[in-house]
Design a binder for this molecule. Structure first.
Ligand code: FAD
Length: 510
């Protein structure tokens, strides 16, 4: 059945439902960019609160902040922020094994072949050391060091306090004219004729009318799911985890510049180090581990004093069949969730916002809506495949959970990438995809997928030239990183954050 025509009235009033990371990122970006021509309102409920997690990011967030005119020092100091150079995957390939997926690029490519081809020949001939030795970010992560380089060659992201980030963005959005309303949405009113949302009715009796709505109500998906009835594609056949337990602890040592992802019997745990506290969580599959066992495994592994009572989160991996429907776009958890292993959700919110701004409708257009949905689908599936790779490519068989993920049937797109890399060392990559060749190579090799042969162009160099080529890169990486200060020494000078009250109380500081 075809949809009724969309209204052709100009869009002037935008209502954002929800004030978590998604809501406030959308409010800040929209008000900063279009605040002079749009009337923007955000409604949130303190009583309901936010999901309270989502504290590790990836490098494109820096671009988002640049577009919004956010000062990095103010942001880091205001959110307890630290630097993230990558993720340390512990126990993923095998128990006791560790590798880092960094945000850097390894070595130097030739136009006809990536650096990995030269490294593969070098390794075969005993000329190459660990792949990690050829990447500045990876070595800096290993050595807990960081510095900005004048030519911006270090690629990094952040760890931050999610609640402080929302507050930071709320202040920015307010300065650009976004109006905040406190209250619970009781009803979503739709137009029986065209199927669009007309207004949000609050429990207080207030009504927020709008021409365009952004659903940032988290897993509830009040607008896109409950009111507009857009279905959800479930990806649990590839992503087994459906529960998490999170908490915050005081820091017992200086923050390292990477997230830790520690694999366990039926899931994994995260450690996200901020300036004065640590974000901790366990993510697990309820089919393989019950809540009591997860809680015990989690609490017994924590370091430092617990400063926030652990809270549970239940989720279903997957995506809305359409993230933009009629006059409503879903961002954040209302739109999709691919579990937190590669810290991609905040990035997907950012992509949704940027794309929405780029195609922002003067009036609604079905062609623009279809285009937005198609692009987002492709992006989500790419990210999903990358995350699934970590589960499937493993030597672990020590529990039914790992046996199941190792033998699952993969999405054909991912199977193709693995086959191509294993047979040729080549990485299938399309322009615009979030995870570039270097990410796929680091994770595929980190998880134990080794190419069978290398590209013939790597054989053109003499053995001496190849040895010199690899040695020069390795020396340059080590010399560069040696000049970096310790990560926290750098941050304490660059953007120190005050000690939070909860941390002071737990440590009984004056
Ligand atoms: P929420 O934070 O749930 O906000 C929903 C908002 O809607 C709230 O303000 C709430 O009050 C409001 N609301 C709901 N119902 C009503 C109503 N009836 N009336 C009024 N207001 C209402 N992402 C990353 O990028 N990196 C990570 O490291 C990461 N880790 C994660 C770990 C876990 C376990 C989970 C589950 C997610 C993680 N994510 C991560 C995702 C990240 O948490 C979210 O993308 C991010 O917090 C955005 O959430 P949200 O704003 O969509 O939803």
């Amino acid at each position: 059945m075809s949809n009724p025509p969309l209204p052709d009235t100009p869009i002037r009033r935008v209502v954002i439902a929800g004030g978590g990371t998604a809501g406030w990122m959308a409010a800040a970006a929209l008000s900063r960019t279009l605040g002079k021509v749009l009337d923007i309102t955000l409604v949130e409920s303190e009583e309901i609160g936010t999901v309270g997690v989502g504290e590790a990011t990836i490098p494109p967030l820096r671009t988002f902040h640049r577009l919004l005119g956010i000062s990095e020092q103010e942001y880091l100091a205001g959110t307890q922020g630290t630097i993230k150079l990558g993720i340390s995957f512990e126990g993923w390939k095998a128990r006791g094994h560790r590798y880092i997926h960094s945000f850097g690029t390894s070595g130097r490519d030739h136009w006809s072949a990536g650096f990995q081809q030269f490294w593969l020949r070098g390794r075969q001939e005993g000329l190459a050391s660990d792949y990690a030795d050829y990447c500045i970010e990876l070595q800096a992560a290993h050595q807990d060091r960081f510095a900005h380089l004048p030519d911006s060659h270090v690629n990094y992201a952040y760890h931050m306090d999610a609640a402080l980030y929302a507050r930071f963005l709320r202040e920015l959005a307010g300065r650009h004219g976004c109006r905040r309303v406190e209250g619970k949405i009781a009803e979503v009113e739709t137009d029986a004729g065209n199927g669009c949302i007309r207004a949000l009715k609050l429990e207080s009796g207030d009504v927020l009318q709008g021409d365009f709505f952004i659903d940032c109500t988290g897993f509830r998906a009040l607008l896109i799911g409950q009111a507009l009835g857009v279905g959800f594609s479930d990806w649990s056949q590839w992503l087994p985890n459906d529960r998490a337990l999170a908490t915050q602890t005081t820091a017992v040592r200086d923050a390292v510049p990477y997230t830790r992802a520690i694999a366990g019997r039926a899931g994994w745990q995260w450690r996200i180090p901020l300036q004065h506290r640590v974000g901790n969580g366990i993510v697990y599959s309820s089919r393989f581990m019950d809540d009591d066992e997860a809680c015990e495994a989690f609490l017994s592994s924590l370091e430092g004093e617990v400063i926030r009572t652990p809270w549970p989160v239940r989720f279903r991996p997957g995506q809305r069949e359409r993230c933009w429907e009629r006059n409503c776009v879903a961002l954040g958890l209302a739109g999709s969730f691919i579990e937190p292993l590669e810290s991609t959700t905040i990035h997907l919110i950012q992509r949704g916002i940027v794309r929405l701004l780029q195609s922002f409708p003067g009036v609604l257009s079905q062609a623009a809506i279809d285009d937005y949905n198609a692009q987002l689908d492709a992006e989500l599936q790419h990210v999903r495949d990358f995350v699934v790779l970590h589960y499937h490519a493993t030597e672990r068989r020590d529990s039914p959970y790992w046996e199941e993920v190792a033998s699952m049937r993969l999405p054909p797109s991912l199977q193709h990438r693995i086959d191509l890399f294993r047979e040729t060392g080549l990485v299938f990559h399309q322009p615009g995809e979030l995870f570039a060749e270097n990410s796929w190579i680091q994770v595929m090799m980190g998880q134990g997928i080794q190419p069978r042969r290398h590209h013939p162009v790597a054989d053109v160099m003499t053995r001496e030239d190849l040895g010199r080529f690899l040695g020069d890169i390795r020396r340059n990486v080590l010399d560069t990183v040696r000049q970096f200060p310790a990560h926290m020494d750098y941050l304490r000078r660059y953007a120190p954050a005050p000690v939070p009250e909860a941390v002071k109380r737990a440590q009984a500081l004056p």
